[in-house]
Ligand binder design. Structure first.
Ligand code: NAD
Length: 296
């Protein structure tokens, strides 16, 4: 069994730690928020006082942080992970961050003598708790094979998407596609209402026809057809509109950096910005249907 340093034990990191403990690993956890840390300590992790302490002596370091700047600081800040971990340790960043920072971290890690993997996830808090996350990894085959047993303790579908940064590339493309699909499904239900087509009928037909997709079949934005979708629970997240906006911004920054146009991705980012600005950042992202309805 391995010694794991886990940094960032919030909504996602907390339950991921629980699953690593469940698989028999020792976990030294650090977070700046004491409550979050206390929660994983109750579950059996050792709470430590800094990122450096979590990394020191660890076979594997896992980070689950809000954004690229946090990842950069935790790995390359003075006295932090890359200066504290044993040479040869495996570093896994599961935060959702920009491709450019992820690629920088790979380069820094290589220079410092570490295997590094960018390994963002999809599946949300429910997936983190159930240990059914999807991991999209970028890095070398060697780092991927080393990481696999640990990722399998926290997830179900584990993919190597390619070289450095390609896990983050897969994540941003996936979520941009999802946002566009959620808006498309919302417009479909809006038009159906106007045309006098019953929502359940539209669902029954479309979910088995060519517009079938996860946004419709699993997260259906109208209450009724899919009883477990957030629409039946006043759009309680789930996956917040704020998180979706964050991911859309990553996709649009990347589209700009790579000089490609993603017109519908840009439009989706505008929609989610407006929805969040309207005070609904904490709602599930499927709640966008309510703004779309109000647009007339
Ligand atoms: P969160 O805010 O609940 O957790 C992040 C934790 O990191 C917080 O507890 C925070 O205190 C801690 N942190 C920040 N800076 C730190 C530092 N320098 N040192 C130590 N700890 C630090 O966020 P979350 O929902 O757990 O999401 C984490 C990552 O997972 C994000 O990148 C997010 O985009 C991604 N993600 C989230 C979901 C979801 O449904 N919540 C789904 C997929 C991916």
């Amino acid at each position: 069994m391995a010694k794991i340093g886990f940094i960032g034990v919030g909504n996602m990191g907390g339950p991921m730690v629980v699953n690593l403990l469940g698989a028999g690993h020792e976990v030294a956890a650090f977070d700046m928020v004491e409550d979050a840390l206390a929660k994983v300590a109750e579950g059996g992790a050792t709470a430590v006082g800094s990122a450096a302490e979590a990394a020191s002596g660890a076979d594997v370091v896992v980070t689950m942080l809000p954004a690229g700047e946090h990842t950069r600081d935790v790995y390359t800040g003075a006295g932090k992970v890359m200066e504290s971990a044993e040479k040869g340790a495996l570093l896994i960043d599961s935060s959702t961050i920009d491709v450019a920072t992820a690629r920088d971290m790979h380069a820094e890690a290589e220079t410092a003598g570490f295997d590094f993997l960018d390994a963002p996830v999809s599946g949300g808090v429910g997936g983190a708790e159930a240990g059914t996350l999807t991991f999209m990894c970028g890095g070398s085959e060697t780092a991927f094979e080393r990481a696999k047993p640990f990722l399998e303790a926290m997830g179900k579908n584990i993919f190597l998407a390619g070289g450095p940064g390609n896990g983050q590339a897969a994540k941003m493309c996936n979520n941009m596609m999802l946002a566009i699909q959620m808006i498309a499904v919302s417009e479909g239900f809006k038009l159906a209402d106007a045309a006098g087509l019953d929502r359940q009928k539209l669902y029954d037909i479309a979910s088995t026809a060519t517009s079938s997709c996860w946004a419709l079949n699993t997260y259906c934005p109208v209450p009724g057809p899919v009883p477990t979708s957030p629409a039946n629970n006043d759009y309680k997240a789930g996956f917040t509109a704020a998180m979706m906006l964050k991911d859309l911004k990553l996709s649009q920054d990347a589209a700009g950096a790579f000089d490609v146009s993603t017109a519908f991705g840009a439009k989706a980012a505008e929609y989610y910005q407006r929805y969040c600005d309207g005070g609904d950042a904490g709602k599930d992202f499927s709640g966008i249907i309510n703004m779309i309805r109000e647009d007339g």
